[in-house]
Design a protein around this ligand. Structure first.
Ligand code: GLU
Length: 311
């Protein structure tokens, strides 16, 4: 018998969760609860400048209001430096890391030159093959410490997304530690998903292109590679990702319009075809109604929050 899966929601406490974020959380939670699994909450607070305890508190409150609960205490990435250091040490010992002094502008300009197989925006490898003298020169020219990049050798990786199908990517030499010492998102996520024994990574579609990198890094660190499933985004009326500028996009905004959490929960689920429009399901009713197959091949939802409920 397969064991019950472990899943997670991993918000960054840098603002209020909007309805698109809440919809993603709901789906991640439904997928696990439907399968009788364990659902964990991880607070991704490595960005010290933008993370705030009050955002975290509001996010937890909104998740609970929508019906998302979690097992155990939330884990905070800011408490997990030792695990990240350990992973970075292991990559270093395997000879897979190198220092990189490139600025964003240098990467952008270098990327205009042809560079084989790498996708647009990928690191072109400027600092990958410097000898000791080259490194010394770069270090002297730059007035800041280098980032650390992992040597991925343009590995071709295909991740099988449960709802989108295959996501193929060429893995560039991505940053694992920034010049200011902050651990990079891709490293922290992979280490935590591994340590927390996450089987199912269910998250927003905007992170789909990170999946090949993360699957590659998990395998390189000897961690199990989780399954991936990306949830369609909610877009604003202009076709861009839903944002504050679009109007009443948070639970508090909707409450001010007279919609309680059950109404919003139902509207979010209805927008994905999980329940009929106008439903006000309890969390348990939603778990009973959830069929993951409704997510297969589903595109984004465009919504004008000024015009009324999400349908
Ligand atoms: N912390 C990331 C975010 O809020 C999500 C990371 C993930 O789910 O892999 O966008």
């Amino acid at each position: 018998m397969p064991t019950a899966p472990v899943g997670r929601f991993a918000p960054s406490p840098t603002g209020t969760l909007h309805l698109g974020n809440l919809r993603t959380a709901l789906v991640a939670w439904l997928s696990i609860r439907r399968a009788g699994g364990t659902f964990l909450l991880r607070i991704e607070d490595l960005d010290r400048d933008r993370s705030r305890p009050e955002h975290e508190a509001a996010q937890l409150r909104d998740l609970r209001a929508i019906g998302v609960d979690w097992d155990g205490e939330p884990v905070r990435q800011s408490d997990r430096a030792a695990a990240y250091d350990d992973a970075i040490d292991r990559l270093d010992r395997a000879g897979l890391l190198y220092p990189c002094w490139c600025t964003r502008a240098e990467i952008r300009d270098a990327a205009r030159a042809p560079h084989g197989d790498l996708p647009e925006g990928a690191y072109p490898g400027t600092c990958a093959h410097l000898d000791a003298a080259g490194r010394a020169r770069r270090a002297a020219d730059a007035d800041r410490p280098p980032a650390l990049r992992v040597r991925a050798d343009a590995a071709r990786v295909t991740v099988e997304d449960r709802w989108r199908g295959p996501i193929a990517g060429t893995v560039d030499d991505f940053v694992v530690r920034r010049g200011d010492g902050t651990v990079a998102y891709n490293l922290a996520v992979v280490v935590d998903d591994g340590r927390q024994r996450i089987d199912e990574v269910v998250r927003g579609d905007d992170l789909a292109s990170s999946a090949p990198r993360q699957a590659w890094l998990a395998a390189t660190l000897g961690l199990p590679v989780p399954s991936y499933a990306h949830v369609p985004l909610v877009l604003g009326p202009d076709g861009r990702r839903l944002a504050k500028r679009d109007g009443a996009v948070t639970l508090a905004d909707r409450a001010a319009l007279g919609e309680d959490a059950a109404t919003v929960r139902g509207a979010l689920a209805a927008s994905l075809g999980i329940v009929p429009p106008g439903s006000r399901p309890t969390p348990a009713e939603l778990v009973a109604a959830f069929d993951p197959a409704v997510l297969v091949g589903r595109g984004p939802t465009r919504w004008d929050p000024v015009d009324g409920p999400l349908t």
